[in-house]
Design a protein around this ligand. Structure first.
Ligand SMILES: Cc1cc2nc3c(=O)[nH]c(=O)nc-3n(C[C@H](O)[C@H](O)[C@H](O)COP(=O)(O)OP(=O)(O)OC[C@H]3O[C@@H](n4cnc5c(N)ncnc54)[C@H](O)[C@@H]3O)c2cc1C
Length: 344
């Protein structure tokens, strides 16, 4: 008799969960993989993101070597999609632009991007005059934008073609997924409650999505001001409010974002506002990608691979952390023991 296929549940259908589910199923066709989530596509935080590939210099995994590897793997993963004929359906495109600062030379440096991107160089004197303002420091670089509005449905389609299953459901605790051989926990900010993780902190953000097809480059200014062109819309941001749980759009943030972006790029004045959205970035230092064995209320030793806490860089880093998480999943499924145990 043939052995039953191993049953894997991927909790979460944001960029982290869908990337993980697809990678796992693509590499291990023999696995029975189900994505369980209560929000999909346009209802996820991932849909709020502009999706620019630009990690903060403080982005942190378990070690500097692993963090760097995540970034390298993620970039090459997206670059291969951008170089393929699926690029437009997958919502991956190349974009160039400037990071500008009137006071802080350090904002123009990024140890992850220098050497990884095809172009990353200081802005010259003429370039510092492109935008109104007293810009003293700047960098020019070429990177990728991965738009979740296209990328999540594309991942879902590819996952389902491979035989992956999708279930819409809210999980109250790991007891609810007790019957799987392995659970990949990609619940983003939902992990705060699910894992009682006090290290997971919201960093609130808010953006405009506007129609301004003449904007072809990205621009970052001081104090969380950014303008990032996507496929259909340009994202105008932003703010970073630590430990704020407010999910609604805030009218004072709207006024501030609009004013700062129009100051940076005056021709945005005539842009048509399509929508405004706010979201809570799931911030954790370090990002948690590790195994745990959870003893559920029925006494089962449930194998879990956590993968959450990507903060403001989940779109950027998802393929890197997912590749690492898939390796941890392979260790679980091949019977290697985990060192970390916890009781529900
Ligand atoms: C304004 C703003 C701009 C941003 N811009 C960028 C950017 O340009 N580049 C970048 O890299 N990142 C950006 N980010 C960050 C990025 O959006 C996040 O890092 C990323 O979306 C996190 O992905 P995720 O899959 O972990 O979480 P989510 O997209 O939140 O997905 C979590 C999933 O888990 C499910 N879930 C959670 N709990 C449960 C439960 N109990 N039961 C069932 N399902 C559950 C949810 O339904 C959802 O499907 C931005 C964020 C904000 C707020």
């Amino acid at each position: 008799m043939m052995a039953e296929p191993k049953r894997v549940c991927v909790l979460g259908a944001g960029i982290v969960g869908m990337t993980t589910a697809f990678m796992l199923k693509e590499k291990h066709a023999e696995l029975d993989v189900t994505v369980i989530a209560d929000k999909f596509e346009q209802d996820t935080l991932s849909d709020v993101a502009a999706g620019i590939f630009r990690p903060s210099t403080s982005f942190k995994g378990p070690t500097p070597e692993i963090t760097k590897q995540w970034l390298v793997d993620a970039y090459h993963h997206y670059k291969a999609i951008q170089d393929s004929k699926e690029a437009s359906e997958a919502g991956v495109q190349e974009v160039s632009g400037y990071v500008l600062s009137s006071k802080f030379p350090e904002v123009t440096k990024n140890q992850f991007l220098e050497g990884l991107l095809p172009v990353y160089r200081p802005a010259d004197e003429l370039e510092l005059k492109i935008c109104p303002g007293n810009w003293k420091y700047g960098a020019f670089f070429t990177t990728l934008v991965i738009e979740s509005r296209y990328h999540l449905p594309w991942l879902r389609k590819k996952f389902e073609i491979l035989g992956g299953k999708i279930v819409k459901k809210t999980i109250d605790s790991f007891n609810d997924v007790n019957d799987y051989d392995l659970v990949m926990n990609c619940t983003g900010f939902g992990a705060k409650k699910l894992c009682s993780d006090h290290d997971l902190v919201p960093i609130r953000g808010q953006v405009f999505k506007v129609k301004a097809p003449w904007v072809k480059m990205f621009f970052y200014g001081d104090y969380d001001t950014y303008i990032i062109p996507g496929i259909d819309y340009v994202t105008l941001g932003g703010c970073r409010q630590f430990d704020s749980f407010k999910q609604e759009v805030d009218k004072y943030d709207s006024a501030s974002i609009w004013e700062r972006c129009v100051e940076l790029l005056p021709n945005l004045k005539s842009a048509e506002v399509i929508r405004e959205v706010a979201g809570l970035r799931p911030h954790r230092t370090p990002v948690r990608v590790e195994r745990e064995v959870i003893v559920t209320s029925g006494g089962k030793h449930l194998q879990v691979v956590h993968q959450y806490g990507h903060g403001g860089y989940g779109v950027t880093t998802a393929p890197g952390t997912a590749k690492y998480a898939v390796k941890l999943a392979e260790d679980v499924l091949s019977g290697q023991r985990s060192k970390v145990h916890a009781k529900l």
